[in-house]
Each structure stands twice: as structure tokens, then as C-alpha cells.
Design a binder for this molecule. Sequence first.
Ligand code: HEC
Length: 478
Amino acid sequence: MKPLTRNGAIVLVLTLSILPACAQSSSVTNSTTNSITISTTNSGQSVYSDVIQPIFTAKCSFCHGGSSLDAGLSLESWGQVMAGSSRGAAVIAFDAENSLLVELATKYQAGSHPEELSSASLIDAEIQQIKDWINSGAPGPAEQIPFADSNDFIYVTNQGEGTVNVIDTGSNTVVRRVDLTALGFAVMSKPHHIAVEEDGSYWYVSMIAENRVLKFSRDNELVGQAEFQVPGLMALDPASDLLFVGRSMAAVNPPQSIGFIERSSMDIEEVEVFHPRPHAIAVSSTGDYVFSGSLGENRIIAVNVESRDGTRHSVEGPIHTLVQFGVTPDGQTMIVGGQLTGKLFFYDISNAPELTLLKTIDVNAAPWHPVFSPDGKFAYLANKMANTVTVIDMESQSIAKVIEGEGLSQPHGAALSASGKFLYVSNNNLNGHYTPHFDLGDNELAGTVVIIDTHSMEIVKVLEVGAYPSGAGSRRAQ
Ligand code: HEC
């Protein structure tokens, strides 16, 4: 890199080592340290203080600062830049291409921002400096990498583009976008579902079209993988080393077995479940039984994890197409929705492998992936065909609220922050029911993550993410 000059000052270039904790997948090398180049000035300050903030101060902060906070975005300090706007992130560290601040300068169809508001836009050299800074991790005045110390993330797959969003639950912004194509996987590798270790140390993603489950460290480094045909939903056993995996809904006639993955080694064993299209999957709170539900028949099987013996159960009525289970935190009750009938079933599983049907209720169309509040009082599930989220009162086993609103468009997966304060619902938006706020020329397939305050049960934010957001996962709410 050539020395840069700014205001006549010579800018020196130093090579700094960034901790592996700061690495993002696009810069992942599987090595323990990533060396990147950060330029600093001869005044000993940082790129942020000497190069980036002065650009924002000259061209942006009279609209994005002080009492004038357009879009709720302040560009007056590094902390405020990283906090983003009322709509989401302005900058995604290590990913200039998907950072809205850069996109608005380079791709905004209304004209480069803020030129479309008759204010001077960034010149090419400034855009390049901002891009380089973002791609080096958007370090702050003390060279700190944003959100390097956070440990409560929501992971949401972009099934249509081979990436995974990492959402920080403190700021409710996308703080990393893990690019699986940079690791050699196809754009249409179809990352589908996420499971996360309870302490946040590792996360797992099922890759439908790559026939494997990948294991990532908290720092988004690929550390292992297991081969399994058309993997779909996953269930992580907090009581053992096992991760259970079923088959994708996209598969018409997959093997009638589920995967038992040892998370430490990523060794996998396939266990027969004797029903077609095993999709729904959950594990009992003690880790003694894993439950598998069929998309093709009204069947649930409880498999003894130790002996591998299965106990089969039938579900009454027409084909429901059981999508996904949820087990209450106390391990007593399991719920499952039927995609075709809009039924929600409540089972007592305290005597597993026996299942006792407690109640059946009607909910909005296509109840998808349920999650529970940490105290087990509420269940939340997306209604894929109704663009709503149903909140279930578990005590009365009835509907507490049906949430509707902007951003809900083919809602699919759900995950809670560890505190249970926020619910995150991924939305495919393949039908364009939601129109992104800014036209960036490539918005046809922009999906969303809708953030709901679980106390008020209101939508508080709509994050625009990539193409076809599907599965969502987080550390178990506690
Ligand atoms: C003349 C006032 C003005 C100036 C100068 C200005 N902006 Fe903006 N900016 C706005 C307004 C107004 C919006 C909201 C537009 C909307 O919602 O459609 C906005 C929105 C944004 C957003 C999107 C926030 C979000 O999440 O919706 C970003 C990023 C942004 N500006 C960055 C910048 C940068 C970088 C500069 C300096 C190069 C800048 N702006 C200069 C007025 C300004």
C-alpha cells in the first residue's frame, strides 16, 4: 500500500495484528491470526480519527449530528456510527459491499446520497477510504473492532445468497455478514437453519444444497463439518455433545433417517426414523429422547438417544404437514404446528417416549418454527402464509396475540435474545410484499428480520437483510 497524503500530511502505513476474535468470514483463513494492514498518521492517531471522521464531519454530520438526526443516524463519533440508524446498521464491519453507508453513496437509484438532497456527495477517493476502513473491520479511534466483545447474537441465514447475518441483540443491528461463498460454497448452497451452543462458543448451519452441516466458532471461523444429505432443521442437546439434524422440506424423497452429530468431532451417525420426509426435530430437556416429525404422514417418533429405539405416534386428521416442534424450558410440553391445516398441537412429553395430546387449537395459516420465552409462559411462531406472528399463552394454551405489521412477509424462522427481551423473525419476502426503504437497484429479493419487543408485543424495528432469510438461531433464551 502506498503512503497516503491528506491535508499535506504524510500518512504512514503500519501493519497491525488483529485478534482472531475480530475475524469475519470474508477474511477467514482458518489460521489463528489474521494480519491486516491499518494505516495510521504520523500524529499517532487512528485511521478513524484522522481520515474517516473528518469526512463525516465535513459532509454528513450537519444532517446526521447534534439535534438534526436524519434517519436517527449520528455520524459524529465512531460509537454512534456503529450504533446505526433507527432502521439498522449503516456500517457492517469487514463488509463494505453490504454497508448501507457505502451502498447509498454508490448504488442509490435516486442519486448518490446526499447529492439527491442537493448536498455534496462523497468523492471516489473518500468512498475508497471508507471502503478500505470498513473492510479492515471498521476499527475505532483506539483500533477496537466493533462488537468484538458481544456474546449474544442472533444468526439468520440468507438462503438465497449463501450468507449468514449476525445480529447483535444489544444494538439490534447486523454486525457481521458471514459470506459462505468466500469459503468456496456455492451462492445457491442454501444455508437453512442455525443452532448455537448455549454459551455462544460455536454455531452450526445446515447447507441444503451442499449436503453438510458446518460448524463455526463465535468469531465466525469455519472449524468443522459433517456430511448429511439435504439437511434441514437442527436441535442441539444441551445435556450432551449431540446435535440432531433432520431433512430439508425441499427434498421430496430423502432417506428416512435423522443425523446424530457429535459436536466436538463432527462425526455423524444416521438413525432410522421409519417415516417419510423427517423434518420437525426437537430434543427432550434431559437429552434422553429426540423427536422427529414427518411432512408426508401424520407421524411423530420419539427415539431413545441411548438405545436408538423408536416409539411411534400417530396424529389424527388429514395430513397436517408437521413443520417444527418446540419444547418448553421445563421440558414438560411440546408444541407443533401443521402447515396445511393451521392446527397447533400441545403434547405432554413428561413421560416420553409416551406422548399425550393435551389440546389442539386453530392458529393463523402455516404455523412455522416455535420458540419459547425463557420463563416458558409464551410461545411465539411465525405464520408463513398469513404474514403474522402468533403469541401463545402456554398456561391457557390459547392465542394471546396475533402480531401484524410492516416487514412481516412470509415469516419463517424465529429466535429470542438470551434475555428474552426481543424476538427476531426472519422473512423470506420472495413475493415482494415488503418493499425496501431505499431502492439500491438490487432490491427484488431483499428479505427482512422483524424485531418484536416481547413485553409490548409490538414490532420495534425492521432490518433489511439479504436474499431469502430462512432459519434463525440463538443461544437458548435464559
Ligand atoms: C442534507 C442532509 C443530509 C446530508 C448532508 C447527509 N444525509 Fe444522510 N440522510 C439524510 C436523510 C434525510 C436521510 C433519510 C432518507 C430517507 O429516509 O429516505 C438520510 C439517510 C442516510 C443513511 C441511511 C440511514 C438508514 O438506515 O435509513 C445513511 C447511511 C446516510 N444518510 C449516510 C450519510 C452520509 C455518509 C453522509 C455524508 C456523506 C450523509 N448521509 C449526508 C440527510 C442527509
